[in-house]
Design a protein around this ligand. Sequence first.
Ligand code: ZN
Ligand code: ZN
Ligand code: ZN
Length: 159
Amino acid sequence: MTADCDLQASLLVYAVPARTALTPEQNAGARCVWCGAPVPPGAGRDLGGHGGWSPHGCPACYEVQGAWLRTYLEWADHIRVCATCRAGCWCATSADFQGCLTESAHRADRPPVVCARCEREVEAAERFEPRIRAGGRPQRIGYVHAAVCPGDERRWPCP
Ligand SMILES: [Zn+2]
Ligand SMILES: [Zn+2]
Ligand SMILES: [Zn+2]
C-alpha cells in the first residue's frame, strides 16, 4: 500500500462527511465532498467509496484536508508512544503539534476543538491533545484538554 492509499483510506474514515450529509451529486463523485465545487471526470481525487458510493474531492481540498489529517494522526501516534504525554503531561513535541494542528485545521475549515471530557470548546491558551474515539465517522476525530482539564478534578503530577 502506498502512502497515498493510506491517506485516501484515512480521509474516508476520518474526514469525509457521512453519505447522508452529502448531496446526490457529491455522493456520485460529481462534486467535491468538502467544498461542493464540480469535479470534472478524471480531475478529482477518488476517496475510495464502495457499494455505489463514490465520494471525490477536488485537488485543493484533498491537499488541505490531507495536511490536517496527517498532522492529527501523527500527533495521536506520538501520544501513544511518548511517556510524558501518556502520563497526562506535555512535551515540546506536543506543543509543536498543537501549533501545526491548529493552523492546518483552520485551513481545512474543521469544526472548533471541543474537549471530550468536559465538553467545552478549548480556548486558544489551553493545551489539548488528539483522542481518537470509537464510533461513526467523522466523529472519530476527538480531542481532550491536555494536562489539566477544567472539568476534571484530577491534576497530574507534572514536572
Ligand atoms: Zn473542494
Ligand atoms: Zn510527548
Ligand atoms: Zn476538558
